[in-house]
Design a protein around this ligand. Sequence first.
Ligand SMILES: C=C(O[C@@H]1C=C(C(=O)O)C=C[C@H]1O)C(=O)O
Length: 357
Amino acid sequence: MTLDSLRNAIDAIDDQMLTLLNDRMELVRHVGELKRSTNAVIYRPEREKQIIDRLEQQNKGLMTRAAIEAIFLEIFAVSRNLELPEHVAFLGPDGSFTHQAAESRFGAMSAYMALPTIRSVFESVETGRARFGVVPIENNQEGVVFETIDLLNEKDLTIAAEAEIPVHFTFATQAENLADITHIYSKDIAFRQCSKFLNDSFEGLKAELVPVESTSKAAKLAAQQPNAAAICSTIAAKLFGVPVLFDNIEDSDLNRTRFLILAKDFKNQPSGQDKTTLIARLPNTESPGVLAEFLQEFNARRINLTKIESRPMRGGASFVYWFLLECEGHADEPRLQEILNHHAADVKWVGSYVRVS
Ligand SMILES: C=C(O[C@@H]1C=C(C(=O)O)C=C[C@H]1O)C(=O)O
């Protein structure tokens, strides 16, 4: 087959896909009308997961699960925007890793709001300025983001979904030679995560590491100063037009960050592969065995705990703690219901949502 005939065949398939996508959008519009008439929630991550699982199972061609996901998550995001335009707040600035995580769930078409702090993301969802808020909760190399954990305790928002993205850092600069670089801007955490690259590449050179509040700010500074460099995300380097000299400069290629998608009063249906987040403010934690007995309730029901963090209760002078727990399963399952009923006074349910495997 010639290039022209192959391209003609591709054009014909694209035409069919466009017709099919428009047919799909018509159906989605009806779903939107139905949902509005019953005040139902637009975003249904468990339904989206079901669609992707089904497509993967019946897939016979070259499409991998990741490819199916990439295309269909974008279709879902466009669909949801047709049902009701969604405002998504995220921990900015534009070009941050949280921005990247938000786009992985809400696609290119949603209305995004970059906010300066994790607290302001929570508040924008609380006040209804944004329907969803995206914040980081943990990095597998650096541990948890305490501000997010504390705000889950302080505020009454629910977790609608989680997202996990690999953190790849790029080294961006306008300088021709590493020896010309006088300043390298980035976040503290990024310097730590790229320490091997920095030691190997800048040994004996004069570059000074300058911590700034975000990797996007670093990219912006590197765009303004010819002898500066930034360690930042690829999106940020692109956004500010700084040439990328090295890609994937992080020490560990297993570096991943997990993000939460927050919403007000959000409840998912069980998907069969869920996770639940709880906050336990147990009474008398100074006495022996209180936490152990609580955890035993999970063990007795064979509920797998995936995370536990202790945080200071604040306000009192003594060392008293509350706990954030994550476990497998959905709050509608009887085994979790039993625990929630038993601890109605001291355990807050924060969300049951599709577990990212
Ligand atoms: C159309 C729906 O709304 C949203 C869009 C979906 C889709 O495009 O298939 C799936 C789930 C929802 O997030 C639905 O609930 O079925």
